[in-house]
Design a protein around this ligand. Sequence first.
Ligand code: AMP
Length: 449
Amino acid sequence: MADKGTEPEIKKYKPFQTPKGVHDILPDDYEYHTFLKKVVRHRARQAGFRRISTPIFEYTDLFARSIGEGSDIVSKEMYEFKDKKGRSLTLKPEGTAGVVRSYIQHGMNQLPQPSLLYYFEPHFRYDRPQKGRYRQFWQFGFEVIGESDPALDAQVIQLANKIHGDLGIAELFELQLNTIGTLEARQKYMQTLEDYYVGKERSLCEDCNSRLHKNPLRLLDCKAEDCQILAQLAPVMKDYLDKESIEYHEELISYLDEMGISYTENPKLVRGLDYYSKTVFEFWDKSEGAQNAIGGGGRYDGLVELLGGQPAPAVGYAAGVERLIANMKREKIKVPSKDDLHVFVAQLGTEAKKKCLPLISELHEAGIKAVGALGKGSINIQLRLADKFKVPYAILIGITEVREETAIIRDMSKGIQETVNFDEVAERMVELIGEDNLDLYTPGELVYS
Ligand code: AMP
């Protein structure tokens, strides 16, 4: 308590920080986000994919059933909570389950098939935060639902490749490819694998011990040294594959060869999610391997039926936005920004300030990106601010200009200035900035770009 006669103490609060594992997307990063989103949208649209957005949360059972109880995601990483009626909900940890739920719920199988859908969304996993691994992260993904053909798998892989190329980082990654066969063949193989590992539990890490009876496939890509030795000697999936899957895979490879897409066959690649069948693939960092994969996908022929729909085969791909951006930055790739301002409007005195607001609005309408110093700083402080904004031009309005109905346009880099009639300022600015550089928004003619 404050003493009588002294000022009451103002409590100083500790500033809040983001919760562990999540981060803000600051304006500088948004330039990358926006660029990436445009690249994805452009490539998606070229190939006939249309955007879909599913809710941030779904019933927990949707993920448990599709991704699988034995997967790391379902067993350890879900943000699960109860709503006020006690229903169990989960923040979406990946995109495919929600898209497939939506495909079924909205009867998309009645539309021309396959349905070509893409998304660009945040996802949530209670992962151990580290470089490139967050608890909220963005993914974009493509899903082709309603048809099975290796040519479709090849096309999805090619789409991913093109996007990596557009971002300037395709050379950093290599495509790892495998087939895990049909569900029946896989179940037979999983049983053999489980039998192989039983009796060797003492050599397995803690994680693998808990996965052994739930998802023995995951033991093959464990990073622990002893587990890797055992995995080397384990029965190989290839020997258990059905003829159909082998032929399917060979056809896929022939398409990839035809398109000049290089790949590494990796018989140990399984992906962590239960719903895959036949084709699985990931893009690995050439220097860091699986640690820094930027994306992955595969075929999931049984998932639509598993979630209650009419059987419909499907293939998809998802990539991590933060990791793609980190790689672009590592490669010092700059993205075009449209945020740069054209002009800063400085004013002196109440009358000048009154003139400023309509002028700034007029500039905006003309497609000129303008901000004004609407605070109380002196003209020098305002001009220093203009320097900080790195604008090519400043407009100055003082008492004289108000009286004479003019404004001064200053070229910031050359340091020269001209006086222009007030009602001709916007027109002159358009000339100086150049029609091609304007940021025009014309409702009615709005281009959906
Ligand atoms: P997955 O389907 O789990 O292989 O995820 C596809 C891609 O999403 C990965 O290759 C990563 O680029 C990205 N990703 C997955 N989990 C995370 C995470 N916790 N933090 C950041 N990116 C992630």
